[in-house]
Design a protein around this ligand. Structure first.
Ligand code: HEM
Length: 159
């Protein structure tokens, strides 16, 4: 474990070039995962991890670019245990080729995923839209029934 990678150096080993090894970093340790190019290489299910520090993603079990960082601050004990299990697996399966420079993990998202992912369609807004939509349909239906019903009978002599 001699070499210290910067984040941009690590990103060069993202599997996009067929003849270059593929690396991932977990808790600052860089592993050569080239043997599993099918997983981490271009088009693979875990390609987002390639060339990146992916501790958080492994801990929270999310294959997600936003989770590819070393922020474990809000992880539960169970998630940290999950990460340790991954590390045990990687240690037994892959060669360590170096470490990531301290603070070299990029991009680092300290913002909770839920905020990163926030969309204007909050549950409240969706519920309101559904209620307004249903009321509109109901109103249109009542209007339709009203137009279908015959005009009120006018009693003789009322005019
Ligand atoms: C429907 C959900 C999932 C299924 C069915 C699934 C299935 C698999 C399978 C069959 C393997 C190969 C295992 C092996 O041969 O050792 C694998 C590997 C892997 N999975 Fe998943 N997976 C799922 C979700 C996830 C998620 C959410 C993550 C996020 C961390 C993840 C991370 C990984 C990683 C990193 C590997 C490669 C491990 C290695 O390098 O040996 N998987 N997955």
């Amino acid at each position: 474990m001699s070499h210290t990678f910067t984040a941009s150096e690590l990103s060069m080993y993202n599997g996009s070039e067929g003849d270059k090894p593929v690396y991932i970093a977990v808790k600052g340790i860089v592993y050569d995962v080239s043997a599993s190019r099918d997983f981490y290489g271009k088009g693979g299910p875990y390609e987002v991890f390639a060339g990146r520090e992916c501790s958080r993603a492994l801990a929270i079990m999310k294959v997600d670019l936003a989770a590819c960082n070393d922020n474990l601050a809000d992880c539960t004990a169970q998630q940290l245990k999950t990460l340790e299990d991954w590390i045990t697996k990687f240690n037994s399966k892959y060669a360590v080729v170096g470490k990531l420079a301290v603070g070299g993990c990029e991009p680092r998202f300290d913002v909770p995923d839920v905020i990163l992912r926030s969309s204007p369609f909050t549950p409240g807004l969706v519920a309101t839209l559904v209620v307004v939509g249903l009321l509109t349909i109901l109103g249109a239906y009542v209007l339709y029934l009203d137009m279908q019903s015959p005009p009120p009978l006018v009693a003789d002599g009322e005019l």
